[in-house]
Ligand binder design. Structure first.
Ligand SMILES: Nc1ncnc2c1ncn2[C@@H]1O[C@H](COP(=O)(O)OP(=O)(O)O)[C@@H](O)[C@H]1O
Ligand SMILES: [Mg+2]
Length: 261
C-alpha cells in the first residue's frame, strides 16, 4: 500500500527539550492513523512537523514520495494537506459561510485585495468558493447556519465547521488535532461517522491526534504511541491500548480519567 506521508527519524528540539526524538511515522493512502500519548509526549509537535508549522531539525519527510522536509506550510497546503486545530480558529464576527470562503481566499490566485476592488476573476473565484462552502455545509447537514454567525452554533457544530474549513481546499490528507475535545457523547458518535465518511466517500487519508479512546478504537486502522518524544508502540488500536509499555506510559498522566470521559 502506498504511503501519503512517510516520516523517517524526525527530530525536533526546543532548547534542551527533545520534543520529538527520531520518530518514524507513516500514513498509508486511504487510512486513518491515530497519534496518541500522554500530555507533553510530542503529539502536537509531530503534527506541526507534518503540516509545516515547524521544520524538523533532523530526519526526512515524504508526501506522496516527494521530499517536503524543507517545504513551507503554504506549499504543503497546495500539495493537498489541510488541518484542523484543537483551539478552534473561526472568526466569530463572520457568518459560517464567510468563514469557509475566507479559508479558501488564503489559497486563491487572485488576492483578497483584488476581490475588494471587485475584479472579475476574483469575483468568480469567490463565487466558486461560496458554492463549495454551501455544498460542504449541506454535506455536514449545517446548511441552515450558512448565513448565521458562528456563535449561533454549538461547540460540536463549530468543530464540524472547523473540519469543513479544512476541506475547502479539497485535501488528500487531513490532519485533525483532537476533534472530539469538548464534545458530548452523542456528538462524538456523529463525529466518528463523519470522519469515516470523509475517508470512505472522498478517499481522504487522515492523521488524527485524539484523547478520546472511543474515537481512536472506532476509527483508526493503526495507532502510533509517543512518550517523551519517542515512539513506544505502534499497531492496531485494540492491541496497542493493552500493551503494558503503553499502559505504563499513561499511568499517572490522567489518561484513564480522560479515556472514560
Ligand atoms: N514552542 C515550544 N517551545 C518550547 N517547548 C515546546 C514548544 N512546543 C512544545 N514544547 C515542549 O515539547 C514537548 C512536547 O510538547 P507537545 O508536542 O505540545 O506535546 P503533546 O501535544 O503531546 O501534549 C513538551 O515538553 C513541551 O513543553
Ligand atoms: Mg498537544
Amino acid at each position: 500500500m502506498s504511503k501519503i506521508i512517510e516520516a523517517k527519524g524526525i527530530t525536533k528540539r526546543f532548547g534542551g527539550v527533545v520534543a520529538v526524538n527520531a520518530v518514524d511515522l507513516s500514513v498509508e493512502k486511504g487510512q486513518i492513523v491515530g497519534l496518541i500519548g500522554p500530555n507533553g509526549s510530542g503529539k502536537s509537535t509531530m503534527v506541526n512537523l507534518v503540516t509545516g508549522e515547524l521544520l524538523a531539525d533532523e530526519g526526512g519527510l515524504l508526501f506522496n514520495g516527494h521530499d517536503i522536509s524543507r517545504m513551507p506550510l503554504y506549499k504543503r497546503a497546495r500539495l493537498g494537506m489541510a488541518r484542523s486545530f484543537q483551539m478552534l480558529r473561526l472568526f466569530h464576527s463572520l457568518s459560517v459561510e464567510e468563514n469557509l470562503v475566507l479559508a479558501s481566499h488564503m489559497r486563491m490566485t487572485t488576492s483578497v485585495v483584488d476581490s475588494l476592488f471587485g475584479r472579475a476573476a476574483a469575483r468568480e473565484e469567490t463565487e466558486r468558493a461560496r458554492a463549495k462552502a454551501r455544498e460542504l455545509l449541506a454535506w455536514f447537514d449545517l446548511q441552515e447556519f450558512a448565513e448565521r454567525p458562528v456563535t449561533a452554533m454549538s461547540i460540536g457544530q463549530q468543530r464540524m465547521v472547523e473540519i469543513a474549513r479544512g476541506l475547502m481546499s479539497e485535501p488528500t490528507l487531513l490532519v485533525l488535532d483532537e476533534p472530539a475535545a469538548g464534545l458530548s457523547p452523542p456528538n462524538v458518535d456523529k463525529l466518528i461517522v463523519l470522519i469515516r465518511r470523509l475517508r470512505d466517500e472522498f478517499g481522504i487519508s487522515i492523521l488524527l491526534v485524539e484523547h478520546v479512546m472511543r474515537v481512536v478504537r472506532d476509527l483508526c486502522d493503526r495507532v502510533v504511541v509517543l512518550d517523551s518524544g519517542q515512539k513506544i508502540a505502534e499497531g492496531v488500536p485494540d492491541v496497542v491500548v493493552k500493551d503494558p509499555v503503553v499502559v505504563e506510559a499513561y499511568i499517572g498522566s490522567g489518561w484513564k480519567r480522560r479515556a472514560q470521559a
